[in-house]
Design a protein around this ligand. Structure first.
Ligand code: HEC
Ligand code: HEC
Ligand code: HEC
Ligand code: HEC
Length: 137
């Protein structure tokens, strides 16, 4: 019987760990909306299980949320999935000449998320229902 740990086993274990870590950056594993762009967050991150949410809500058009931009205007047909909202909606647009005319990030999220929940009469509307502590905190 061999007693030393085989280098091959270590490589296999390493790959297994990588395979587990890497998909954590894709939308299918997303359970909250990241607060990283906000310098001093005041609330727990908003609950948002990307794929589960969109399936339950029957949203298969990515452009409903990931609209892009054409001639400075919002354009759902030119969709932007993979581009973070903060690339176009700054936390403090006044500080960025290129983004000065765009809706600030916090307002953009609240308008988009609460706006649809209000219009459809489904989904949470109160602060604590979205900003609830999760296992990720
Ligand atoms: C439909 C879900 C939803 C509701 C309801 C909601 N928010 Fe948010 N809010 C978000 C999302 C999404 C963000 C962006 C990033 C994050 O916090 O996860 C955000 C960001 C914020 C931020 C900036 C980030 C931070 O933590 O400082 C604040 C402050 C905030 N919300 C406060 C509130 C307050 C107060 C209410 C109730 C009046 C509220 N929100 C209701 C979804 C929601
Ligand atoms: C209800 C709104 C909504 C819908 C519909 C939606 N997404 Fe998203 N998606 C988000 C939000 C919010 C984020 C986080 C954006 C950020 O952090 O700037 C996100 C993030 C992503 C990311 C980046 C993941 C990451 O962690 O970096 C990808 C890729 C993505 N979505 C793809 C899609 C695709 C493809 C579709 C259509 C099949 C889709 N989304 C539909 C709201 C939505
Ligand atoms: C490629 C750039 C781009 C990206 C990425 C982007 N937006 Fe926008 N968005 C715009 C432009 C341009 C407008 C129109 C100017 C404005 O009102 O800010 C806009 C407008 C909005 C508005 C105001 C809509 C209205 O009816 O007044 C909301 C809300 C919004 N975006 C939310 C989001 C959210 C949430 C994300 C990420 C899921 C996102 N946007 C990603 C470019 C972008
Ligand atoms: C275009 C419409 C639409 C948009 C945009 C939208 N939602 Fe929803 N959301 C819904 C609907 C419809 C439901 C109810 C789904 C069901 O029947 O359970 C829902 C349910 C939810 C729920 C409770 C159910 C669950 O899956 O946990 C949360 C939390 C939620 N939304 C958060 C968000 C956040 C955060 C955003 C913005 C990043 C957002 N939603 C944007 C339509 C929307």
């Amino acid at each position: 019987m061999r007693r030393t740990t085989s280098p091959l086993l270590l490589v296999v274990l390493g790959l297994a760990v990588l395979a587990w870590v890497l998909p954590a950056f894709s939308q299918s594993d997303m359970v909250v909306v990241s607060r990283d762009p906000f310098p001093a967050p005041q609330r727990p991150a908003a609950r948002f299980e990307h794929d589960v949410h969109n399936e339950k809500a029957g949203l298969d058009n990515c452009g409903v949320c990931h609209h892009g931009e054409t001639d400075g205007k919002m354009d759902p047909d030119n969709s932007s999935e993979g581009t973070p909202c903060v690339d176009c909606h700054a936390v403090n647009p006044a500080a960025d000449p290129k983004l000065r005319d765009k809706t600030p990030l916090r307002r953009a999220y609240h308008l988009q998320c609460q706006g649809c929940h209000e219009n459809t009469g489904k989904g949470p509307l109160t602060c604590g229902q979205c900003h609830a502590p999760t296992a990720q905190e």
